[in-house]
Design a protein around this ligand. Structure first.
Ligand SMILES: [Zn+2]
Length: 147
């Protein structure tokens, strides 16, 4: 009940999503928790496949698309470039939740907002694929990158 709120005890901002706030802090302008970046729009899950860029990660998402003619599913995948705030310190191979933001650069308009832990190891062939078919209006045609 004591209103002792020193400016140094700045906590992570509430970004409006039900995610665990990072324990570490950072001074990244584009961190949704410690900077001023608003997140809005789509929230997706994916696996980090590369963190070679500075503060940007490649997040890959696979989904199943039904092909009526063959009554089977085909696997589709899309890669997103997502801003990776330093406070989250995401390693390659972790599943993450990414949220849409305003465009941060030509190709980055998502930001990692939660670390969901290590992804299940992909075993080639025998993969039960616990794919997240949560929502995803599926109408989004995967844009073929112009070569
Ligand atoms: Zn941060």
């Amino acid at each position: 009940m004591s209103p002792t709120r020193t400016p140094s005890a700045r906590r992570a901002r509430d970004i409006g999503l039900d995610v665990r706030a990072p324990k570490a802090r950072c001074d990244d302008r584009h961190c949704p928790f410690h900077g001023r970046l608003p997140v809005r729009g789509q929230v997706l899950e994916g696996t980090v496949v590369s963190t070679a860029m500075q503060r940007t990660a490649v997040v890959e998402r696979t989904l199943l698309h039904f092909v009526p003619k063959y009554e089977r599913y085909e696997k589709r995948r899309r890669r997103y470039l997502a801003h990776a705030p330093p406070c989250l310190n995401i390693p390659v191979g972790h599943r993450v939740r990414i949220a849409e933001t305003r465009p941060l650069s030509k190709l980055v308009s998502f930001c990692i907002v939660e670390d969901l832990g290590e992804a299940a190891r992909k075993v080639v062939g025998e993969d039960p694929s616990p794919l997240a078919d949560d929502a995803a209006p599926a109408a989004r045609t995967p844009g073929e990158g112009s070569a």
